[in-house]
Design a protein around this ligand. Sequence first.
Ligand code: ASP
Ligand code: MG
Length: 412
Amino acid sequence: MATIVQKFGGTSVGDVTKIKRAAERVKREHEAGNRVVTVVSAMGKSTDTLVQLANEISDSPDRREMDMLLSTGEQVTISLMVMALKEMGIDAVSLTGWQAGIKTEPVHQNARITDIDTERLETYLGEGKVVIVAGFQGMSESGEITTLGRGGSDTTAVAIAAALKAESCSIFTDVTGVYTCDPRVAKHARQLQSISYDEMLELANLGAGVLHPRAVEFAKNYSLPLIVRSSMEDVEGTIVEEDVSMEQNLIVRGLAFEGAVTKITIERLPNRFHAMSDVFSLLAESGIDVDIIIQQMTGENEMNVSFSLHTQELPEALKLLENNHEQLGYQGIRHEDSLAKVSIVGSGMVSNPGVAANMFQALSDHEIEVKMVSTSEIKVSVVVPEAKMATAIDVLHSTFELDASEKPKVTV
Ligand code: ASP
Ligand code: MG
């Protein structure tokens, strides 16, 4: 008997009709003779609504109480889902994260799963029940309710699948799979049949919202195939796995982008031994997330240091640098906002030189100025003017031959 883990995201359980539709899918897997565990998110945008309520009361709500509050969203869905299944004559039971044995670090709002005690899950599965588990939540050793970070239900599903040694884990969502780029922005975006863990991890970290990065990390560590598919239509999804056999010839598999980027340049910073650590420790201590960093010598003992960050963090970063002007000893600070980061991702880059060169050529052919660059083995990111972001995406999508050629196949 195969063990199947499925996860339905918020939009796939957004109302009662959708919950019933999701229940039909659960029923189908159960009736096919599988042992089924289904993880669900909170209904629709209900987590956002809970966050909003908290923010109406406090600017910095207590983190423990936030977990207490946000974990209620998923509990609504598990009980309704079980009721829907029972109406269909399926024996099912709902479990909160802690009832399902999900143990986490003692960290509120962004806890990592440390272990899963599968005893209770196994008992119910052994009795032939379908088990519906609340995503996004667990419990610390001291018995505190924790949550796994926004979008964390994916991670719950993958962790349970790994713990139960399931065949695969299906993530049902409101899109039909993983695309070469967000189809709302890239006109020619195309659904991928498969993508490797590393590529998916880069894309997820670069902001492709379709999967929680930690879920991809987990799947990779346990070599668990992840399938992203639509909860609305019966079409083939995208499989995230180690060996991507199809479309192997693609050097670049996907594109990610992010607007509202600002570049700050600290001018003529004295080139002391600890200069870089002084600047970036200062920012890190205030929780400012810095992305690309460029250091450039401007004289014997002086350098310019540029870095990019989210525009939202600009005022705080400027204030910190200005307050520490004397200690850091720089001459001036400049910043440039209305920038965007566009990245190309693909495992094929490792063995194909010239990918970055092609990227720069294509951008310069379209008079798109590159302000900053960063690379990893399987990614090149450029910072460009935000006004040119859409053009840059289109140009790169076609330069690396990602444009749509065929529609995904319908399987049922
Ligand atoms: N409900 C949580 C959120 O919106 C977790 C999830 O949906 O994955 O972030
Ligand atoms: Mg999600």
